[in-house]
Design a protein around this ligand. Sequence first.
Ligand code: F6R
Length: 243
Amino acid sequence: MEFLISEGYDGMSRSAADVVKSVIVDDPSCVLGLATGSTPIGMYACLVKDCKEGEVSFKDVTTFNLDEYVGLPGEHDQSYRYFMDTNLFDHVDIDKARTNLPDGCAGNLEQMCAEYEQKIQDAGGIDIQVLGIGHNGHIGFNEPCDDFPVATHPVDLTESTINANSRLFSDVSEVPRSAVTMGIGTIMKARKVIVLANGDGKADIVKAAFTGPVVPSVPASVLQLHPDVTIVLDSAAASKLDI
Ligand code: F6R
């Protein structure tokens, strides 16, 4: 497990973008696993800038996102499809047909999840998975629980996640109560993983997840068992680590 610690949000974003960019430059037809949330917005902005400046091309890149709310169509401004379009896909030379998110509006969610898993496999697996981390250690929408969920699956959101995400909706009652997420097994199969975290509000969970015991009550802790993980932090999020 490697730690990259930078000054501030901009430093963390640049550093994370450089890791992703080098994967794309090494293999222009690579498969990216992507995350939404506040944390990676700056990283996507750096990648957009790099693409506009001709340093990287997404022309042959395929993407799979971690998760999506159930019941929000792609045009909804809080759907993760909308987030990805507005923060990355609309501003780079990617072929949108190669961009994949779980379909939270599918009639049969279980079947959609199985097909999503299969599609990742058919694409050759994920070369690099980008993750943020929740204050309770969740990755994707894999919340603290008794077992690590294996594959892409529907989930009921916890009150803490609904409340945390309500900042982006006009009222907490509008936050979807369920979502679809890659499983911990899906994430662990990625050949490389980077986790981004910034701000002192993430310092405790960063310490617990990456230096504490590997337990399903802190889902991100499982990443300690992955052979190629880079944790990209600003100094505030790293402030409780003894490294
Ligand atoms: C996003 C996701 C979530 C977020 C996490 C951190 O696709 O799956 O696990 O990465 O909730 O969110 P932020 O970055 O908003 O603190």
